[in-house]
Design a protein around this ligand. Structure first.
Ligand code: ZN
Length: 312
């Protein structure tokens, strides 16, 4: 009998649903807008349930061939007990036992985790970090996220808050950060700040980071320098991580991944120049190869990992 996992990626504008077969192929997908309901807890839960019910009905899935549902959410998640402690920039979510709520409604096993952890699991099990015993993942976007795989296991920390690579301080003073700190990596390479910087440098009001990438591809010197500096700044932040954790590989994902070709070189050079010899020599940098599917493939990996772990 064919078996499937339903992977769900909850974002600020969309909930993406994907039905994944045991080979890791997405065989059906759908999405619902979260725009009008993201801060309304009950409405968002209803949407999650409705989206699941639709895809289950459409594919005529029974309890026997749906192994579980995996959900990645942007926030602080107790993955062990399935509780959403809080969602980033979304009020109204505090200590919500989401796993239990959805399991009760759908009668299927549900596993939840932080979205960047889910992406990391996806890259580790099926993507660019496949088979690595020690790897880290960094996602570049509005926020700069990170996930850690240590000794073949996702590392979530004492309070499920580990992996916040974007909040490594890289400047002594520096800009105030969303997290309450100062001079975090995210205040230098988060999309919002990069866009401000790009508009200033290129003296254009209507300008996107995609435009900077295009210019860099055409060899525009200012654009190349722009991404080079971004790569160096990320490299400085990651040097500390590399020295502490000695990973074999760093997978780069997220929105700015389009600029990967321009930032990966300076990133690696910076790490090799500044990290300790053994750690710096070992580490490789790879581009995410799951791209926009990382959240769904990762949610499948989460379900499989949890089923395996709980069966022990
Ligand atoms: Zn911060």
């Amino acid at each position: 009998m064919k078996q499937f996992v339903l992977g769900i990626d909850v974002g600020g504008t969309n909930i993406k649903f994907g039905l994944v077969d045991q080979k890791g192929k997405i065989v059906d997908r759908s999405h619902l807008s979260t725009k009008e309901c993201i801060s309304h807890k009950e409405k968002l839960i209803d949407k999650l349930v409705r989206g699941c019910e639709e895809i289950i009905a459409k594919n005529k899935l029974s309890k026997e061939n749906l192994r579980g549902i995996g959900i990645g959410l942007p926030g602080l998640i107790n993955a062990k007990e399935g509780i959403v402690y809080s969602l980033t920039n979304i009020p109204g979510w505090k200590n919500v036992p989401l796993k239990r709520i959805i399991e009760k409604k759908l009668r299927v096993s549900v596993f939840i985790d932080n979205d960047v952890n889910v992406i990391t699991l996806g890259e580790w099990k099926k993507g660019a970090g496949k088979g690595k015993e020690n790897m880290i993942c960094i996602t570049l976007g509005t926020g700069v996220g990170g996930g850690l795989v240590i000794k073949n296991k996702m590392y979530r920390g004492e309070g499920f808050a580990a992996g916040e690579i974007g909040h490594i301080p890289v400047q002594q003073a520096g800009r105030k950060c969303n997290c309450g700190g100062n001079g975090c990596l995210e205040t230098l390479v988060g999309n919002r700040y990069l866009l401000q910087k790009a508009k200033r440098i290129f003296k254009k009001r209507d300008f996107s980071l995609e435009d900077v990438s295009k210019l860099a591809c055409q060899g525009n010197r200012k654009a190349v320098q722009f991404w080079q500096q971004v790569g160096e700044q990320i490299g400085i932040g990651l040097t500390g991580v590399v020295n502490v954790l000695n990973p074999s590989c760093i997978v780069v994902g997220g929105g700015v991944a389009n600029a990967y070709a321009h930032i990966s070189g300076p990133m690696l050079e910076t790490i090799q120049k500044r990290a300790m010899r053994v750690q710096g020599k070992m580490v490789k940098i790879k581009k995410s190869n799951l791209g926009p599917n990382a959240g769904i493939i990762g949610a499948q990996a989460l379900v499989e990992e949890e089923i395996k772990f709980r069966a022990k």
